[in-house]
Write a protein that binds this ligand. Sequence first.
Ligand SMILES: Cc1cc2nc3c(=O)[nH]c(=O)nc-3n(C[C@H](O)[C@H](O)[C@H](O)COP(=O)(O)OP(=O)(O)OC[C@H]3O[C@@H](n4cnc5c(N)ncnc54)[C@H](O)[C@@H]3O)c2cc1C
Length: 427
Amino acid sequence: MANTPYPESYYAASANAVPPRPALQDDVETDVCVIGAGYTGLSSALFLLENGFRVTVLEAAKVGFGASGRNGGQIVNSYSRDIDVIERSVGPKQAQLLGQMAFEGGRIIRERVAKYDIQCDLKDGGVFAALSAKQMGHLESQKRLWERFGHTQLELLDQRRIREVVACDQYVGGMLDMSGGHIHPLNLALGEAAAVESLGGTIYEQSPAVRIERGANPVVHTPKGKVRAKFIIVAGNAYLGNLVPELAAKSMPCGTQVITTEPLDDELAKSLLPQDYCVEDCNYLLDYYRLTGDKRLIFGGGVVYGARDPANIEAIIRPKMLKAFPQLKDVKIDYAWTGNFLLTLSRLPQVGRLGDNIYYSQGCSGHGVTYTHLAGKVLAEALRGQAERFDAFADLPHYPFPGGQLLRTPFAALGAWYYGLRDKLGF
Ligand SMILES: Cc1cc2nc3c(=O)[nH]c(=O)nc-3n(C[C@H](O)[C@H](O)[C@H](O)COP(=O)(O)OP(=O)(O)OC[C@H]3O[C@@H](n4cnc5c(N)ncnc54)[C@H](O)[C@@H]3O)c2cc1C
C-alpha cells in the first residue's frame, strides 16, 4: 500500500511527536465517516465527538497533509469575500447570520488550543497592510463593516504607526486585528487529531476513500477496507480529486508557495516585526509573512492556477521577500514548499448536502484557517438537527467554473492577471 509522507517543509521538520496511525484493513461501522484529516475534517470530528457521535476519520496520507499542515499559519477573520459582498447578493437575514459567524473561527481555535493544551506557538495580532491610498480606504470601510457585526479589536494604523509594527517601507498604513494572530499550522492539526482520539474517535492514515456507495446506508471504500456510516462528511478540499464529481465541477485547486529562512538572530527578527504580529498585504495576489517560534521568517505569496507544482519556488518567492525586507539579502532559505487551496468562482465557501446523509464544506479560496474551524461546528450542528447556520452557508449560490475542468485554469488565470494588473497600477 502507498505510504505518502509529508512534503518537506519547515512544519514537517518541526512537528510535535505523534503516535503511528494504522491504515484501515477491516470493515468498520460508525455514526459519521469523515473523509480528510485537515482542519475541516478534524474540527467536524471534534464537535461531533463532543456531542456523543461515534466518528471514524479516513485520511489519504497523514493528518494535516493538505493545506492545513502547509499554510502560512495566519489566523485571519471573515471570509475570502467580505460580508458587504455577501450582503449585496443575499437577503439581510442570511447576511446577518453569516456576518455574526465571521469572527467565530478564531475563537474556536483559541478554545481548542486551551481546552486540549495544544502546543502550536499561538500568538495574537495580525496586520492587514495597505500598499496604496485606495487599499487604505478599503481597510477603513472594512473596520466600520466588521464593527457593525460586533468585532471590536481593530485599530487603523497610519504610515508612522505601521512602521512601529512592520519594518517595511512599502506600506501607506494598515489595520491591526488583535483577534487575528498566528500558529504552527501542522502542530495545530496534530493537536486536534490527538484530541479526536482522546474522545474515542478513530483516525486511519494512508487510507484514501476511493469510492462512496450512496444510499440510505452509505459505505465508504478504501483500498483495503470499508466504513459503514449513518452520515458522511466530505472534507478533502483541494486534494479530493474526482471522488465526488459534483464538487470537483464547481471548484478549482490552486497552488500557493511558501519559503522559510534560517533562524534569524533575535535583534534582526525583532527589527522586522517588533511585536511578532503576522502580516498580509491587501493585494488580490497577496504576500503574507510572519516569524516562527524559533525566529525564522515564513514568507508566502503567488498563486499557480490549476495547482501545478512550480519548479523553483525560492526563485519565485525570495524576490518578493527581498522587496519587502532588503535587509534579508544575505539570509539563507532553509525550506520552500507548495500547497493547494480550493478556489470557487464567488470566492465564498461551498457548503451543502448530497442526498440525505452526505455533507460537505469546501473552497474557502485562500483564507481558511478560521473558516474551516467554524465549518466543523456548523456541520456538526446540522447533523444534530440544528441547520439554521448550515443553511445560511448552503443557500449561498454555487457556480460552476466557466469552461469546465478543461478551460477553468486559463480563464481563472486571466481573471487573476487582470486583478494583479489593477494591484500593480494601484486602482
Ligand atoms: C501554502 C498555503 C498557505 C495558506 N495560508 C493560509 C493562511 O495563512 N491563513 C489562512 O486562513 N488560510 C491559509 N491557507 C488556506 C488554508 O490552509 C486552507 O483553507 C485550509 O487549511 C483548508 O483545510 P481543509 O481541511 O478544508 O483542507 P486540507 O487541509 O487540504 O485537508 C484535506 C485533507 O483531505 C485529505 N483527502 C483528500 N481526499 C481524500 C480522500 N479521497 N480520502 C481520504 N482523505 C482525503 C487530504 O490528504 C488532506 O489531508 C493557505 C493554503 C495554502 C496551500
